[in-house]
Ligand binder design. Structure first.
Ligand SMILES: Cc1cc2nc3c(=O)[nH]c(=O)nc-3n(C[C@H](O)[C@H](O)[C@H](O)COP(=O)(O)OP(=O)(O)OC[C@H]3O[C@@H](n4cnc5c(N)ncnc54)[C@H](O)[C@@H]3O)c2cc1C
Length: 509
C-alpha cells in the first residue's frame, strides 16, 4: 500500500467546490465562516437571485453571536457602526403572563451560586427578599432598565465582562459579511437558479443551471435559499416536521419607525391579542414587527395592531412574512446541507434565527465531510440539529403555555394546549423542586429557563434543601449585600447612548 493510500488525509476525496445558494444572512454568514477557515484551496461560490429578496429581518441577537464574530476576527465597534447597531442585555416580556405584567429574560446571572446551589433558591426561600423582583440581583437586567451599558464592570477591583448581544440592521450585517467573504476569495454570482441537476444513480446534486445559461458544478451544496428550501426540499424532497399546533404564529408584518435620542439596551416583546409585537432599538430607527397567528387574526387587523403600538411614526413600507413552523426532517441530505430558514423555522420570540445559522455552521465545520459523505457524519449532524431545535422549541412554547390569559381565543388555546413531553417534564421538575437542568447541547441555560418559568408565574412547591445549610439571617444579609453590589455596579455604568456615541456611532462611518 502506498503512503498516499495509507494516509488518513482525504487527499483526492477532499471537497474542492462548495456552492452556496442564497445571499441572505444565512448565506453570507456561511460564506464568511468557510472563507475564513478553509483558506484558498477550496473554491466557494455563492449564488443569489436579484429577483428574490431576502427576508430582511433578524435584528435581535443573543450573546453567542459574539463568538461567531470573534471567529471571523471582526472589529465589534466597526461592525456596530456599519450596521447602526446597539447593545442588547435581554428581552422584556410585557403582558405575557397577564395584562399589565412585565418581566425580563436577561443575558446575565442572578446573584451568585452559594455553596453550589443556584441563587434563585435563596431568593425564593427568603421572606425578606422574595417580594423584590429577582432582576434586582442581575446586573444586566438592572442596567437594561436604567438604560446603562459597559462591556466590563469592576467587582472587587477586577474587570468582569457583561453578558450582551446586539441589535443591528440585518441587511447591513449580511452586506458587511458579503464584503468580508468576497475579500477572502468567495466568488459571488448574482443570478437565478432555474434548474438543479442531480445524479440519476445517487440522487446527489451535481450542478445548478442559472438563468444566464451558466452551469455551476459542485461537490457540496449549501442551501441558504430561505423558507422554500430550493435544494433540500424542492429538489431532494427531504420532508418537513410541522410544529404549528404548538406554535400558532405563522405570519409577521415588520415595519420600522422613527427613534429619538433614547435607545434602550434591550428588546421589548409585547403580547397582543393573537401573538406579540417586537420593538428593537437601532441607532437610527425602531425595528417593529407584529408576529401573529393567521388563523386568529386577519392581516389588515394585524397591521392596525402594529401601528397602534409603534413607539413613533412609521418609516418605510410594511414587510409581510409567512412561514411554516417546524424543521426539515434532515438538515443534511446527500451532498446538501440546509442552513438558515431552509432548515426550518421557529418564530423569532427569543431571537434564535441567526444563532441557529451560527450553530449549523459550527456543526458543519466539526463534521466537515469529504466526497464520500460518510453517513456517520451526516447522522450526527442531523441528530444534533434536531435536538437543538427541539429544546429551543420547548423554550418558546413555555412562553405561550404558562399564561393566565384567556381573554382571546388565541390565548385560551395556548393556555389549554397539549405540550411536548420534554417540556412537561421540565415544568414539573421545577414545580416540584425548583430544579432546572440543561440537557445535552441545549442552547438556553438554567438561568434563561428560570427567568421565563418565574416570569410566567410558575411557582415551585419546594426549594433546594441545601439552602438550609446557611442561617436565615446570614442568607438575608448576603442577599442584601449582593443586591447593593449589583445596584452600585449598574450605577457606575455609562448611559447606553453615550457609550455608543463614544465607541461605535454610525456617524463615525
Ligand atoms: C418575522 C421574522 C423575524 C425574525 N427575527 C429574527 C431576530 O430578531 N433574530 C434572529 O436571529 N433571527 C430572526 N429571524 C430569522 C432570520 O431572519 C433568518 O434566520 C435569517 O435572516 C436567515 O435567512 P436566510 O438567509 O435563511 O433566508 P433569506 O433571507 O430568505 O435569503 C434567501 C436567499 O436565497 C436566494 N434565493 C432564493 N431562491 C433562489 C434562486 N432560485 N436562485 C438564486 N437565489 C435564490 C434569495 O435571493 C436570498 O438571497 C426572523 C425571521 C422572521 C421570519
Amino acid at each position: 500500500m502506498s503512503n498516499q493510500e495509507n494516509s488518513l488525509y482525504s487527499g483526492d476525496r477532499r471537497i474542492r467546490n462548495i456552492v452556496i445558494v442564497g445571499g441572505g444572512s444565512a448565506g453570507w454568514m456561511t460564506a464568511a465562516a468557510l472563507a475564513k477557515v478553509m483558506g484558498h484551496h477550496t473554491s466557494i461560490t455563492l449564488i443569489e437571485s436579484a429577483d428574490i429578496g431576502t427576508v430582511s429581518v433578524g435584528e435581535a441577537t443573543i450573546p453567542n453571536i459574539r463568538a461567531f464574530n470573534q471567529l471571523l476576527e471582526l472589529n465589534e465597534d466597526e461592525l456596530l457602526a456599519k450596521t447602526q447597531g446597539t447593545f442588547k442585555l435581554g428581552i422584556e416580556f410585557v403582558d405575557w403572563y397577564e395584562k399589565d405584567h412585565a418581566y425580563m429574560h436577561p443575558f446575565g446571572p442572578y446573584g451568585q451560586n452559594l455553596s453550589g446551589v443556584p441563587f434563585h433558591h435563596y431568593w425564593l426561600g427568603s421572606s425578606e427578599h422574595a417580594g423584590a423582583p429577582i432582576t434586582d440581583w442581575c446586573l444586566e437586567a438592572t442596567a437594561a432598565y436604567q438604560g446603562k451599558f459597559e462591556r466590563y464592570t469592576r467587582q472587587r477591583g477586577r474587570p468582569v465582562p457583561t453578558n450582551y448581544a446586539f441589535h443591528f440592521n440585518a441587511v447591513a450585517y449580511a452586506a458587511y459579511l458579503a464584503d468580508y467573504a468576497v475579500d477572502r476569495g468567495v466568488k459571488r454570482i448574482i443570478d437565478h437558479v432555474d434548474e438543479v441537476r442531480t445524479s440519476k444513480d445517487s440522487g446527489f446534486i451535481q450542478s445548478l443551471m442559472l438563468s444566464s445559461g451558466q452551469e455551476i458544478a459542485g461537490d457540496l451544496f449549501i442551501d441558504c435559499s430561505g423558507f422554500k428550501g430550493l435544494l433540500i426540499e424542492q429538489t431532494l424532497h427531504t420532508g418537513f416536521e410541522d410544529w404549528h399546533h404548538w406554535l400558532l404564529c405563522d405570519s409577521a408584518i415588520a415595519q420600522p419607525c422613527a427613534i429619538g435620542d433614547h435607545y434602550p439596551p434591550y428588546t421589548r416583546s409585547l403580547a397582543q391579542e393573537a401573538g406579540w409585537q417586537w420593538q428593537i432599538p437601532l441607532q437610527n430607527r425602531w425595528g417593529n414587527g407584529h408576529v401573529y397567528a393567521s388563523a386568529f387574526l386577519e392581516q389588515d387587523k394585524a397591521l392596525n395592531v402594529l401601528h397602534a403600538n409603534m413607539p413613533d411614526t412609521p418609516t418605510g413600507d410594511p414587510n409581510y412574512l409567512h412561514w411554516r413552523t417546524g424543521r426539515r426532517r434532515q438538515a443534511w441530505n446527500k451532498n446538501c446541507i440546509a442552513i438558515g430558514l431552509s432548515a426550518g423555522f421557529l418564530e423569532p420570540l427569543e431571537s434564535t434565527g441567526l444563532h441557529l445559522v451560527q450553530s449549523a455552521i459550527s456543526r458543519l465545520l466539526s463534521l466537515f465531510p469529504d466526497r464520500h459523505f460518510d453517513d456517520t457524519l451526516r447522522n450526527k449532524f442531523n441528530q444534533y440539529s434536531r435536538e437543538e431545535l427541539e429544546r429551543i422549541r420547548d423554550f418558546i412554547i413555555l412562553h405561550y403555555k404558562a399564561t393566565r390569559r384567556t381573554d382571546t381565543d388565541f390565548w385560551a388555546y395556548c393556555a389549554n394546549m397539549d405540550i411536548p413531553d420534554s417540556l412537561s417534564e421540565k415544568i414539573e421538575l421545577y414545580r416540584h423542586s425548583g430544579r432546572i437542568f440543561r440537557e445535552n447541547l441545549e442552547l438556553f441555560s438554567e438561568i434563561s429557563w428560570f427567568s421565563v418559568l418565574n416570569g410566567q408565574g410558575i411557582k415551585p412547591n419546594a426549594i433546594h434543601p441545601l439552602t438550609e445549610g446557611m442561617q436565615v439571617a446570614e442568607r438575608d444579609s448576603l442577599l442584601s449585600q449582593l443586591k447593593t453590589q449589583t445596584q452600585q455596579q449598574a450605577q457606575a455604568m455609562s448611559c447606553h447612548q453615550a457609550y455608543i456615541k463614544q465607541h461605535c456611532s454610525m456617524e463615525s462611518q
